[in-house]
Design a protein around this ligand. Structure first.
Ligand SMILES: [Mg+2]
Length: 429
């Protein structure tokens, strides 16, 4: 068996995305992703997926070159190589420090997000070479299925007039009735039994009404609300008081660990985050101040599947819950999330996934939710197969783009409908 990497292919793509609203704006009609393929001397190809914006591509390209000649099993070496590439790149482009829906953006997080696509591709190739599923390489599955929640969004019926976009059949969801209807359709199609609403879009009273409507339509089912830090401490406490008994947890009601700690100290509603604990460096302060009760991992920006397992172990040590965060992603990442989630013993919350919102994929066969769950694959590697025609089609869309969609910008997308829109300062309410 020859596990030497002989080729690494990077394919940036643009995938259709519906007009989903959040506190910063609206999803672009097409969002960038990067597909990573790692090929070994034996002709085995492993696939990975990560963010595809320009700054990720700029790091991915030199890392891809550096991997040729190394072993796909050398996952620790992958991190060293990424460090070297990132140091070289930082001399050119400097630090990244822009706020976003995933917390503060740093050079460290950028590097780890790039590494994650390569780590998953290497694990896929290694699993195929050994005839083992990725979960086995991570120590083995402790469950047969991984549960996901219905990810509800306020949504326009279509992208703004004049903006080239794909049509979708979800309709609009801009009030409690629309949110409930969307939840019903998601449930019919995929069998979800827990619900998360992306908030921070409308004044809190309207989002409180939407959660109440969901509680009425789906009595006893776990509900979550995530305004992405759009609220003040006072507003967060008011929402927690009003919705307390209905919420499984409140996700990032305020920005930053000190404010989260302030809210947590005054409510019994658990607080979850994918914004104030996004790196190992942020754990100590948040956990010692009891600022968060659930960390939503994301294998992309935590640096891959093994780092996600390490995060889960730290959370377990401190009695903090763990689940999975999701950004727009395709089937490769859903498969990766499912493999790693299958190995985390105390995963007590359904994971998030945007996958139902992505009609396009690069796989020969889409992954499916049955009863809101994805069955953990026992096929070698991730258990998915790349469809080269679909990949080529989505890559061509990226090639044809004049550059405006290659870097996701929800505020810019919102300006197509509202030319005066600027990213709201927080707290917004
Ligand atoms: Mg979130």
């Amino acid at each position: 068996m020859n596990l030497t990497v002989t080729d690494v292919r990077l394919t940036p793509i643009l995938v259709a995305d519906p007009p989903l609203l959040n506190t910063q704006g609206v999803h672009q009609p097409y969002t960038p992703r990067l597909i990573v393929e790692v090929e070994t001397a034996d002709g085995i190809t492993g696939v990975g997926e990560t963010y595809g914006d320009t700054k990720y591509l700029e790091l991915a390209r030199p890392l891809a070159e550096r991997l040729v000649g190394r072993q796909v099993s050398d996952l620790n070496g992958l991190f060293t190589a990424a460090d070297e590439v990132a140091v070289a790149a930082s001399r050119v482009s400097g630090q990244v420090d822009v706020g976003g829906l995933r917390g503060v953006q740093t050079a460290d997080k950028l590097r780890l997000s790039v590494v994650s696509g390569f780590e998953v591709a290497c694990l896929d190739a290694l699993g195929k070479a050994l005839g083992l599923p990725v979960h086995a390489l991570l120590g083995g599955k402790v469950r047969e299925t991984v549960e996901y929640s219905a990810y509800l969004f306020y949504k326009w019926a279509e992208h703004p007039e004049g903006v080239p976009a794909e049509k979708d059949d979800w309709g609009a969801a801009l009030d409690p009735a629309g949110v409930v209807e969307q939840a019903r359709v998601l449930t019919e199609r995929h069998g979800f039994t827990s619900y998360k609403l992306k908030g921070g879009v409308f004044p809190p009273e309207e989002e409180i009404a939407a959660i109440r409507a969901l509680a009425e339509a789906f009595p006893g089912h776990p509900l979550r609300l995530d305004p992405n830090g759009a609220w003040s401490v006072e507003t967060s406490l008011k929402v927690a008081e009003e919705l307390g008994d209905l919420l499984e947890y409140l996700e990032d009601p305020v920005l930053g660990t000190p404010a989260m700690a302030e809210v947590a100290a005054k409510t019994d509603v658990p607080l979850a985050t994918n914004m104030c604990v996004t790196t190992f460096a942020e754990i100590k302060e948040a956990f010692t101040r009891d600022a968060v009760q659930v960390v939503l991992s994301d294998h992309h920006y935590w640096g891959g599947l093994r780092n996600t397992q390490q995060l889960a172990a730290v959370c377990r040590t401190f009695g903090v819950g763990v689940s999975m965060h999701s950004n727009t992603h395709l089937g490769i990442s859903l498969a990766a999330m499912t493999h790693v989630s299958a190995t985390v013993p105390d995963l007590h919350h359904a994971c998030d996934s945007h996958y139902p919102w992505q009609p396009e994929d690069v796989l020969t066969e889409r992954l499916t939710f049955d009863g809101g769950k994805v069955t953990v694959s026992d096929a070698p590697g991730l258990g998915v197969e790349l469809d080269r025609e679909k990949l080529a089609f989505l890559h061509q869309r990226w090639l044809d783009d004049d550059g405006t969609l290659r870097d996701r910008d929800d505020a810019a997308a919102m300006r197509a409908a509202d030319p005066d829109w600027v990213t709201p300062s927080v707290p917004r309410w």
